[in-house]
Design a protein around this ligand. Structure first.
Ligand code: ADP
Length: 394
């Protein structure tokens, strides 16, 4: 069995999972989350297979100390020695136009990663910190990068090019890239295994960050995230689609800086702003059921946005065979799935109310009579990263 560590590095948090695999079966031995890196009160919580969750309060000054602390945790029973660690897989936000699949990280790849990280001004550095720290701690272990944008590199020009002066694309690389690609790939691929006839799939990754993707014959042909991960459907605290002129107008008339508007659009908007301070759909659903007007409007806007994309992508693909719900909301909110599917009745979507009460499992939600199949499929981005890492390092 080979042991593969998967790392998902954020600016102040870092998720990890250790897999054991023979290339066919992938077993999670331990997984965890380091929080508040570089901030007072940092800690690492982790759970070994079949055991209770544990939390260690520990100073985590930077990504290197964090990964060092994680390796120490792995050495407490999950790894006999560091030599047992076979390879490391990293999740990266952006591969630009360089990467349409996962790659082994060498000097040339690292150069391109440094170049593309600037396309993500807020998060780009965080992904790189994880790789840099691991390379300095374990220089002889193979490392692989899996890119959130890679799956969407198959989008045709009409889907990825913005109608801006061409120089903005050719010189400054401004185009639609799309994200959540590993998740959209995983769930659509899982569905195609049991439904090979599904040529036209719409994958709805609805979580605190959300995106919807049109997948034709296994390839992403359009997606609701664009140059950045702030457009598309309404999200927990991100605004989703707005008129491109609005940020400029706010800056010009309210004397706000680009950073302030960025903060507003990404952290102070979305469901949180509409509902009056709630970004979790569980709270908003409760208020909706109590008849709270603001919550009703929030839910209506959310559903409106999601069905708008499903409608658009159905038109783009000339039909749809299956719709997939995944991620925090997609896997857990029967309420929102039902509200969305209700609006899709016109295209023959019919879901089974009892099955729709289920949570977080691979299940068909549609009735046998439904013209479009509807599935809930739990996403597993870490598994894809572990699988790619195995394939590239074996
Ligand atoms: P992230 O984008 O951070 O990965 P997730 O995919 O984990 O987000 O989604 C988190 C969101 O999922 C929560 O903010 C909440 O809105 C929603 N959610 C999680 N559990 C439930 C539940 N039981 N019922 C309804 N919504 C849920």
């Amino acid at each position: 069995m080979k042991k593969i560590l998967v790392i998902n590095s954020g600016s102040s948090s870092l998720k990890f999972q250790l897999f054991a695999t023979d290339g066919n079966e992938y077993k999670v031995i331990i997984k965890g989350l380091a929080e508040r890196i570089g901030i007072d009160g940092s800690n690492i919580s982790y759970q070994k297979e079949g055991e209770k969750k544990q939390v260690e309060t520990i100073p985590l000054d930077n990504h290197k100390t964090t990964l060092k602390a994680i390796l120490d945790i792995l050495l407490k029973g999950s790894l006999k020695s560091i030599d047992e660690l076979w390879a490391i897989g990293h999740r990266l936000g952006h591969g630009g136009e360089y990467f349409d699949k996962s790659v082994v990280i060498d000097d040339e790849v690292m150069e391109k990663i440094y170049e593309t990280k600037d396309l993500l001004p807020l998060h780009g550095n965080a992904f790189v910190y994880g790789i840099e720290a691991m390379k300095s701690l374990l220089p002889n272990i193979k490392q692989v990068a899996t890119f959130d944008s890679a799956f969407h590199q198959t989008m045709p020009k009409e889907a990825f090019l913005y109608a801006l002066p061409l120089e903005q694309y050719e010189k400054y690389r401004i185009r639609r890239y799309g994200f959540h690609g590993t998740s959209h790939y995983y769930v659509s691929n899982e569905l195609r295994k049991i439904m090979p006839s599904a040529e036209k799939i719409i994958s709805c990754h609805l979580g605190s960050g959300s995106s919807i993707t049109a997948i034709k014959n296994g390839k992403s042909i359009d997606t609701s995230f664009g140059f950045a991960a702030s457009c598309g459907v309404t999200m927990g605290t991100r605004c989703g689609d707005i008129d491109a002129y609005i940020p400029l107008y706010i800056m010009q008339t309210q004397n706000k800086t680009a950073d302030e508007v960025n903060q507003m659009m990404n952290k102070e908007s979305g469901l949180w702003a509409l509902s009056g301070g709630y970004s979790d759909t569980r709270d908003i659903e409760k208020m909706y059921n109590e008849g709270n007007e603001q919550a009703i409007t929030t839910i209506n806007i959310y559903v409106h946005n999601v069905i708008k994309y499903i409608g658009a992508y159905t038109a783009e693909m000339g039909g749809v065979d299956a719709i997939i719900f995944t991620a925090g909301i997609g896997e857990n909110s029967s309420f929102l799935r039902q509200k969305i599917c209700e609006r899709l009745k016109f295209m023959g979507v019919e879901i089974d109310e009892e099955k729709n009460k289920l949570r977080s499992q691979f299940v068909e939600l549609s009735t046998p009579a439904s013209k479009v199949k509807v599935y809930m499929i739990p996403t597993n981005e870490e598994l894809v990263i572990a699988q790619d890492t195995y394939k590239l390092c074996a």
